[in-house]
Design a protein around this ligand. Structure first.
Ligand code: SAM
Length: 324
């Protein structure tokens, strides 16, 4: 089942079947065999001119990840009890994964008939940018935050924030082994998305849940916990393009502005990427300077750049980073 073909560029147009097969191989290699069966079923149907062929035909932009969109459609139908025979096979919903060849073939047939029974749901999912708002990524954000000056409060900003779960990174689980020290206090949390999701609404919760790979019980549980955190800690996600959001962003003396994005870049057209690079450079130029030191001394930190101190651009307000 493994495909050795090189990964196409995000902006490349590829046949839908190629995108579905690539996604199938990714989820299979990542240990999600039930998700792989869903993509196998969709790809087979498309290739064989089956009931979904009209929906799953033509060329698609690779970086739009249509395979994730098909998986989400199936997961959502099962979550909303419209596909009980599929749901009983999904680990995220407490089901038993099909193992024998016969069970797997029967599962693939159930997947196709569930999608064929609700083509508007499939179309809606194919037309929707994946909203995999993964709170697991907060561990990386925490890693970065732990290297900021803990005495300065942080204005946390996120582009492509989806439901803004990672804007609550300080209240989400991290990995202590990659954190350099205590996290600074978060002063406020603001993000943007072209299609913000409300993690408190039933619709939003169903949408976010549907993008979890159907084998991944751990991620499903983590998402549920993060959605609860979101009820406790508020954050605002504006309905706004990332470039406009950055154009409106400034830095404020005495605070640290952290601008974060994850799993968004692939979805952006080159024009947006160029706009963002320009805006981020503008913000960077307004920020204070950092003193970064790299030592090659054979220690565990050998070759790792470390922020030692920061200050104003003309040598004013120089402060040592306490965790340095
Ligand atoms: C895969 S999700 C990732 C969500 C979140 N960053 C995370 O890592 O959990 C990608 C998000 O980027 C958003 N997005 C795509 N293009 C955007 C743009 N030009 N401006 C703002 N958001 C955008 C999508 O709506 C979607 O919510």
């Amino acid at each position: 089942m493994v495909n050795d073909a090189p990964r196409p560029q995000d902006d490349a147009l590829v046949p839908m079947v190629t995108a579905l097969r690539w996604q199938r191989d990714v989820v299979a290699a990542a240990g999600s065999p039930v998700a792989a069966e869903i993509l196998q079923a969709a790809g087979d149907d498309a290739l064989q001119g089956g009931v979904l062929a009209a929906e799953l035909s033509g060329d698609v932009r690779f970086g739009d990840f249509p395979g994730l969109r098909v998986m989400s459609a199936v997961h959502r139908l099962a979550l909303e009890r419209q596909a009980p025979r599929v749901a009983m096979r999904l680990p995220t919903l407490g089901g038993t994964a099909p193992v024998t060849a016969g069970d797997r073939a029967a599962f693939r047939r159930e997947v196709i008939s569930a999608l064929a029974a609700d083509l508007p749901a499939l179309r809606a999912s194919l037309g929707h940018t994946p909203q995999t708002n993964d709170p697991g990524r907060a561990a990386l954000l925490r890693c970065a935050l732990s290297r900021e000056d803990p005495s300065r409060r942080v204005r946390l900003r996120e582009i492509g924030a989806s439901a803004g779960l990672n804007l609550r990174a300080d209240a989400l689980p991290g990995k202590p082994e990659i954190e350099a020290g205590p996290l600074p206090v978060i002063l406020d949390r603001l993000g943007c998305d072209l299609s913000p999701v409300d993690p408190a609404a039933t619709e939003g919760r169903a949408l976010l849940s549907s993008y979890i790979w159907v084998d991944d019980v751990e991620r499903f549980t983590r998402l549920g916990a993060a959605m609860k955190v979101a009820q406790r800690i508020s954050a605002t996600v504006l309905d706004m393009d990332a470039v406009e959001f950055c154009q409106r962003l400034d830095v404020i003396d005495g605070t640290t502005t952290v601008l974060w994005h994850s799993a968004m870049w692939a979805y952006l057209p080159e024009e947006t990427r160029a706009g963002l690079r320009g805006e981020i450079a503008r913000l960077g130029a307004m920020a204070t300077f950092g003193l970064v030191v790299t030592r090659w001394d054979g220690s565990p930190a050998d070759g790792q750049p470390r922020l030692i101190a920061c200050g104003g651009s003309h040598g004013t307000d120089i402060r040592l980073i306490p965790s340095a």
